[in-house]
Design a protein around this ligand. Structure first.
Ligand SMILES: [Zn+2]
Length: 150
């Protein structure tokens, strides 16, 4: 294994350490970074679809007698959201307790939204520290392609 240098301060970091001992920057493996990019985008899409579904229900785009369709889509999105949260937090090296806690918190109306924003914010911070540009929809697919190939 080669020597790892901190991207921020240039100091050498021991291979088994996850943080730079000098400046505290998170050290992440490329595979983890790629997972953070993928699952952050996945989570953003799931949230957008949930908002669309909510609007569809609110404005009765889907007729009330087809409520079962809304329920099925809603439930699928919920499962997808939990999957993205678990994967994203795992890629960011969060432990079991935090993951379970977040999965519970997202079910509460306002706290759930805040939890999602915090998780998304953490992912954005890690990706920016890795030198990536992060927009409203996460890292753009072109940039993901680029680091996958390097
Ligand atoms: Zn450093």
């Amino acid at each position: 294994m080669g020597i790892i240098l901190c991207k921020k301060c240039g100091r050498e970091i021991s291979p088994d350490s996850k943080y730079c001992g000098n400046c505290g920057t998170i050290v992440m493996l490329k595979d983890n970074i790629i997972d953070v990019i993928k699952y952050q985008r996945g989570l953003i899409y799931v949230i957008l679809f949930r908002i669309l579904l909510l609007l569809a229900a609110l404005f009765r785009i889907i007729p009330p007698d087809r409520i079962i369709i809304l329920a099925v889509i809603g439930l699928s999105l919920l499962v997808a959201m939990l999957f993205m949260i678990v994967q994203l937090l795992g890629a960011m090296d969060y432990g079991f307790v935090i993951v379970i806690l977040c999965c519970i918190l997202v079910f509460f109306p306002l706290i759930g939204l805040i939890t999602l924003l915090v998780i998304n914010g953490r992912a954005t911070k890690i990706l920016r520290e890795a030198g990536l540009r992060v927009g409203l929809m996460g890292v753009n697919p072109g940039d993901l392609q680029q680091i996958s190939n390097n």
